[in-house]
Design a binder for this molecule. Structure first.
Ligand code: T4K
Length: 368
């Protein structure tokens, strides 16, 4: 079986040593020593000022919106994992779906302004597949209308643009360290921010709102990362560069093998960006390839290959959201097309080259 992804883990013996240490200390959570060490080391690795660790990316998103006191309507993308919009829902915020552009599958900045109303308070774009959004254009719009920008950067661990971390754009950025991500702490996540006051507020909110033993500053939640997650994260930092190198090598093989198949469109790459490939999406253009995306999906599965249709269906088609005016397919023509074409191929650090070749062969053989 060849899955869409598999976690990269450090040598077991190294983790056992750390487990022993945690056992002996009996400090398991609540800003323990490994939490402190990992938070500091992660900020340095990513090249950002402040990091707050979380139990997972979804709680990080929910808390980030709380931290900025976002209300009313937020403009977001329907082309993402459902957690992006759920985070708005959990905060009583109305999502307003903006269409995407076809090259990178990110929110189309040219379509944002038409969606702004007096109730709009923020923009929540996603760096889909780790490809940076048009951060300058989005910031320009946000500044003109006085909106906050929160980036869902769950696919963008370590991504840089012109040598600068992509996490340094916008008001806040959110990371996920789920088992399926380039960098994993089993489950986990983080909020990246740019000033100490905001970091403090986020840290209070993820710990029930406690500022000290007797002071609660807001209706916080329990979203803390525990010592086991933090210890794994600390260890993972030693190996992540190697993991990224391996992923890039696999990316290059796919790129080379698939770029000349008519009807298989590949995602665009921005030369200014240093990538940490999270997924290898392809887009099956039925009219040219002669087969539908789902036919290719089924054929691969018959060969024991398990690609995923990230992101299908669009979030705007799920029951909590499909009644919204902005969820109408007429408002989202590009996203509606892309969601029917996309297939994310297996990509992980220790995926054998023969497996990559096999995946490409099965796709090539299907062309009519
Ligand atoms: N924003 C964005 C843009 C996101 O992509 C995500 C998460 C979030 C926010 C929320 O972050 P978290 O709260 O999750 O930290 C997966 C993940 O559960 C999810 O984290 C991820 N995005 C999403 C894109 O994919 P599923 O339901 O597709 O995962 P699952 O369990 O089917 O796993 C996929 C494949 O990975 C399996 O076929 C085999 C492999 N796998 C999976 C797990 C869990 C392993 O080999 N080992 C494992 O432990 O959602």
């Amino acid at each position: 079986m060849i899955y869409v992804t598999r976690p990269s883990l450090p040598p077991f013996e190294e983790f056992i040593e750390i487990l022993r240490d945690i056992w002996n200390s009996r400090w398991l959570t609540n800003d323990g020593p490994y939490h402190k060490m990992f938070e500091k080391a992660l900020g340095e690795y990513l090249g950002v000022k402040y990091v707050s660790l979380f139990a997972n990316g979804t709680l990080a998103l929910v808390t980030a919106l709380q931290a900025l006191r976002i209300t009313g309507e937020v403009i977001t993308t329907p082309y993402s994992f459902v957690a992006t919009t759920h985070a708005l829902h959990w905060n009583g915020i109305t999502p307003v779906f903006c269409d995407i552009e076809p090259n990178y599958c990110n929110m189309d900045p040219e379509k944002i302004e038409a969606l702004i109303t007096p109730r709009t308070t923020a923009i929540l774009p996603v760096h889909v597949y780790g490809n940076p959004c048009d951060v300058d254009r989005i910031q320009e719009i946000a500044d003109r209308y006085g909106l906050k920008v929160i980036y869902d950067a769950c696919h963008a661990f370590g991504v840089k643009i012109n040598g600068e971390s992509i996490l340094n754009y916008g008001d806040l950025s959110i990371l996920s360290f789920h088992a399926t991500k380039v960098f994993t702490t089993f489950e986990g996540g983080a909020v990246v921010c740019h000033d100490e006051k905001m970091k403090k507020r986020i840290d209070f909110l993820k710990n029930f709102g406690f500022a000290d033993e007797v002071t609660v500053v807001g209706p916080g939640i329990n979203a803390k990362m525990n010592e086991f997650q933090a210890a794994l994260g600390l260890l993972q930092l030693k190996y992540v560069d190697e993991v990224v190198r391996n992923r890039r090598r696999i990316w290059d093989i796919y790129q080379q093998r698939l770029s000349n198949i008519e009807g298989v469109r590949l995602i665009k790459r921005n030369e200014a960006v240093s990538h940490t490939p999270q997924y290898f999406p392809i887009f099956i253009e039925r009219g040219i390839f002669g087969r539908s995306r789902d036919e290719v999906y089924d054929a691969l599965r018959k060969h024991g290959i398990y690609p995923r249709r990230y992101f299908y269906p669009l979030i705007s088609q799920f029951p909590p959201y499909r009644g919204l005016p902005s969820a109408s397919p007429a408002n989202l023509p590009v996203a509606e097309r892309v969601t029917k074409e996309v297939l994310c191929l297996p990509l992980y650090s220790d995926l054998p080259e023969e497996s990559v070749e096999f995946v490409c062969e099965v796709i090539q053989r299907m062309q009519k």
